[in-house]
Design a protein around this ligand. Structure first.
Ligand code: CDP
Ligand code: CDP
Length: 212
C-alpha cells in the first residue's frame, strides 16, 4: 500500500500558513487540519477551569478531555487564546496527548496539516514540507488587520509585541520548538500575495506527487 500523501505547513504566527494550507487541501482533494486549534481549545479549557495555562496538571487534563464542542467556540482567536495556546503548547504532556489525533488524521487518506512541528515531529516523513515565513512587521500588520475586521482591536504595537512574545515562546521551548525541518522548503511571503504563494506551493506539491 502506498504511504498517504501528507503536506506539512509550518511557520510563525500570521505568516500565511492557514491560507495556503486550506487552499492546497481544496485543490488536491485532501483533508485539512489546523493543528493550532487543538492548542487554542486546550488553552481556553484551562482558562475555563480557572487554571493557569502554564500549569502542567491542569493543561494536560484539558488536552485529554477535549470534545468536538471545544472547537466550535467563538473565542478561539484573539489575544487571550493566543497566549493561553502558546503556554499549554510548551508542556510536553499536552503535546503528547494531542499527537495521536494529529497522526491519525493524516495517516488514513493523507492530509495537509498546518502548525509549528508538523514537519519535525508529527509527520517527519511528510512528502512535502513547507516553512512559511514573513517579516515580523508584515505578520503583525496582517494579524492587526484581521482583528480590526472583526471589531475593536488592540493597537498595532500591542499586536506586534504579543506576537513577538508568542514567537519567542514557540521557538525557545524545550519540546518541539518552532524551526524548519532540514528538508523543508522555505517560503517568505512578505512580498507575495496569497495567490502567488499558492501557485509556487502547488507546483512543488504536484512535483512531489509525481515523484512518488
Ligand atoms: O495561519 P497563519 O496564522 O500563518 O496565517 P493566515 O491566517 O493564513 O494569514 C494571516 C492573514 O494574512 C490573513 O488575513 C491572510 O489573508 C493574509 N495573507 C496575506 O495577506 N498574504 C499572504 N501571502 C498570506 C496571507
Ligand atoms: O494562527 P497562528 O499562527 O497565529 O496560531 P496557531 O497556528 O493557531 O497556533 C497557536 C499556538 O499554538 C502557537 O503559538 C503555538 O504555541 C501552538 N501550536 C504548536 O505549538 N504546535 C502546533 N503544531 C500548532 C500550534
Amino acid at each position: 500500500m502506498s504511504t498517504p500523501f501528507v503536506i506539512a505547513v509550518d511557520g510563525p504566527a500570521a505568516a500565511g500558513k492557514g491560507t495556503l494550507a486550506r487552499r492546497l487541501a481544496r485543490e488536491l482533494g485532501l483533508p485539512y487540519l489546523d493543528t493550532g486549534l487543538l492548542y487554542r481549545a486546550t488553552g481556553r479549557r484551562a482558562l475555563d477551569m480557572g487554571a493557569d495555562p502554564a500549569d502542567p496538571v491542569a493543561a494536560e487534563a484539558a488536552a485529554r478531555d477535549l470534545t468536538p464542542a471545544d472547537f466550535e467556540r467563538p473565542d478561539l482567536r484573539g489575544p487571550a487564546a493566543d497566549a493561553a495556546a502558546s503556554k499549554v503548547a510548551a508542556i510536553p504532556g499536552v503535546r503528547a496527548a494531542l499527537l495521536e489525533f494529529q497522526r491519525g488524521f493524516g495517516a488514513r487518506h493523507g492530509a495537509v496539516l498546518d502548525g509549528r512541528d508538523i514537519g519535525t515531529v508529527v509527520f517527519p516523513e511528510a512528502r512535502l514540507k513547507l516553512f512559511v515565513t514573513a517579516s515580523p512587521e508584515v505578520r503583525a500588520q496582517r494579524r492587526h488587520a484581521e482583528l480590526l475586521a472583526k471589531g475593536p482591536a488592540p493597537s498595532l504595537d500591542q499586536v506586534a509585541r504579543d506576537m513577538a512574545d508568542r514567537d519567542a515562546r514557540d521557538a525557545n521551548r524545550g519540546v518541539a520548538p518552532l524551526r524548519p525541518a532540514e528538508d523543508a522548503k522555505l517560503l517568505d511571503t512578505s512580498e507575495l500575495d496569497a495567490e502567488t504563494v499558492f501557485q509556487i506551493a502547488l507546483s512543488w506539491a504536484v512535483a512531489a506527487q509525481k515523484a512518488t
